[in-house]
Design a binder for this molecule. Structure first.
Ligand code: AMP
Length: 459
């Protein structure tokens, strides 16, 4: 299949070919025609599947026709949970739309609001936003939605994890009823489905297996070590194994800063990325990491979400995450696109309970590789696989504070059931699906649905 056969214009095809893309990824092959036809879409897809182009390309195609945006209006609104993801989606919009006369803007918290207000004055065709800042801009009358044609909710599960549900509901209430809705989420928990019910109408459902499916391509190992010796062990590993590009996870922002300083003092080029860093510093660190100017990026879980870093060879868990599902997300950053990745965890005795939970969730005991000279004084007990089924935790009520995307780190508000990887590659209609125990819908194909029931605005 080619991009041309999906019905995209020459200006978009040219931008796609300049990116070096030859064939549409599975989600693109499914989503592009569905969006072009004007359907609402609900897609189970993670970062790494090509989902951004999957919604951006057909949206840009649809924007070519129609009235240009008037003052302070946005024709398409793309909501993302984090600033990084907003910036990345914004870059994709600019990249794919570079041969089109369309205007776009990216707005998020943690930076001055005035330049964003100025940018919105003439109106934009595409607005990419985090929820808190969008509401601030709306309250200051900098943005209006009377011309809104399409709403995209990207990484909906993370939005809910981060406590944005109230902001999302407020935003939905501001939008015109007659619009097209696209919802992307890595997982489809009951909570996501209940949000979907209020948002999408008779959607086409798409589910793709991510090409970075962790289990297949990630070698996992564990280094038992005392807490006090973790930094020295990490330095030894980076130097001896000559890791050129390594993403290191710490549990706290201070831990990330401390570790970065120690690595730098040993001649390792490193940067920390977390919620206390300015947006400029975070963007710069990510760019340097991608181009290879720095070898080590030290990140907290929330700051790392949605980072688009291709084919990362090495992930290190300097601390194990408190939430087992985050382990799966962390190691999913390596071994993309069929390349083998390595995920190593430095684990001290205090973390044994977290380790047991992770091994229970992933249904495997992680291979241990003791390092000479780093044998722990406080031994890590042996793991025995706990085979009891893992119960999904009930989502906690979101904290109000978490609604501010400028202060994301450390403000998780409970967990929706995660780690349920979507399987298969089926395009389905929600109106004809039933929930299975893993939260995935059972496919029942029906293409002859009445379009009059939809609130889409096909063009
Ligand atoms: P996403 O899942 O949207 O975060 O995209 C993951 C990566 O895949 C990005 O770096 C894209 O540039 C790249 N990508 C998207 N679509 C294609 C394609 N059809 N062929 C090759 N690479 C792609």
């Amino acid at each position: 299949m080619s991009f041309a056969s999906l019905g995209l214009s020459d200006a978009l095809l040219q931008a796609i070919s300049e990116q070096g893309y030859e064939t549409p990824s599975p989600i693109q092959a499914e989503a592009i025609p569905a969006v072009l036809e004007g359907h609402d879409v609900m897609a189970a897809a993670q970062t790494g599947t090509g989902k951004t182009a999957g919604f951006t390309l057909p949206i840009l195609e649809k924007l070519i026709d129609g009235q240009p945006a008037q003052a302070n209006q946005a024709r398409v609104l793309i909501l993302t949970p984090t600033r990084e993801l907003a910036a990345q989606v914004g870059e994709s919009v600019s990249l794919y739309g570079k041969h089109l006369p369309l205007r776009s803007a990216v707005v998020f918290g943690g930076v001055k609001i005035n330049p964003q207000m100025m940018r919105l004055r003439r109106g934009v065709d595409v607005l990419v936003a985090t929820p808190g800042r969008l509401l601030d801009l709306y309250n200051q009358k900098a943005v209006r939605f009377t011309q809104l044609e399409i709403l995209v909710l990207d990484e909906a599960d993370r939005m809910l994890d981060m406590g944005f549900i109230h902001d999302i509901r407020k935003i939905l209430a501001l939008l015109p009823k007659n619009r097209q809705n696209l919802m992307f989420s890595a997982t489809f928990s009951d909570e996501i489905r209940s949000l979907a019910k209020t948002m999408v109408n008779n959607p086409v459902e798409i589910s793709v297996t991510p090409k970075n499916a962790a289990a297949k391509t990630v070698e996992q190992s564990l280094y038992p070590v005392d807490k006090a010796k973790k930094t020295a062990l990490l330095i030894k590993l980076i130097k001896e194994q000559q890791w050129q590009q390594v993403l290191v996870f710490t549990r706290t922002k201070h831990g990330a800063n401390r570790l970065t300083k120690k690595l730098e003092s040993q001649g390792i080029t490193a940067s920390a990325i977390h919620g206390n860093k300015s947006q400029g510093a975070r963007t710069k660190a990510l760019a340097q990491f991608k181009e290879g100017t720095i070898s080590t990026l030290v990140a907290t879980d929330i700051a790392a979400r949605g980072l688009d870093i291709d084919q990362l060879p090495q992930v290190v868990n300097f601390d194990l995450p408190n939430v087992s599902e985050d382990y799966v997300h962390r190691i999913g950053r390596t071994g993309r696109a069929g390349a083998t990745g390595h995920a190593v965890s430095l684990v001290c005795a205090d973390e044994f309970k977290l380790l047991k939970d992770i091994e229970r969730l992933t249904k495997q005991v992680i291979e241990r590789k003791p390092v000479e000279g780093f044998e722990p004084v406080h031994p890590l007990p042996d793991s025995k696989l706990d085979t009891r089924p893992f119960k999904a935790k009930k989502p906690k009520k979101p904290k109000n504070k978490a609604a501010n995307p400028g202060h994301q780190d450390g403000q998780r508000s409970g967990d929706v059931a995660r780690g349920h990887k979507p399987t298969g590659k089926n395009r389905r209609h929600a109106g004809k699906t039933t929930n299975t125990s893993d939260g995935a819908p059972k496919p029942q194909r029906n293409r002859n649905r009445s379009r009059t029931a939809s609130n889409s605005t096909p063009k």
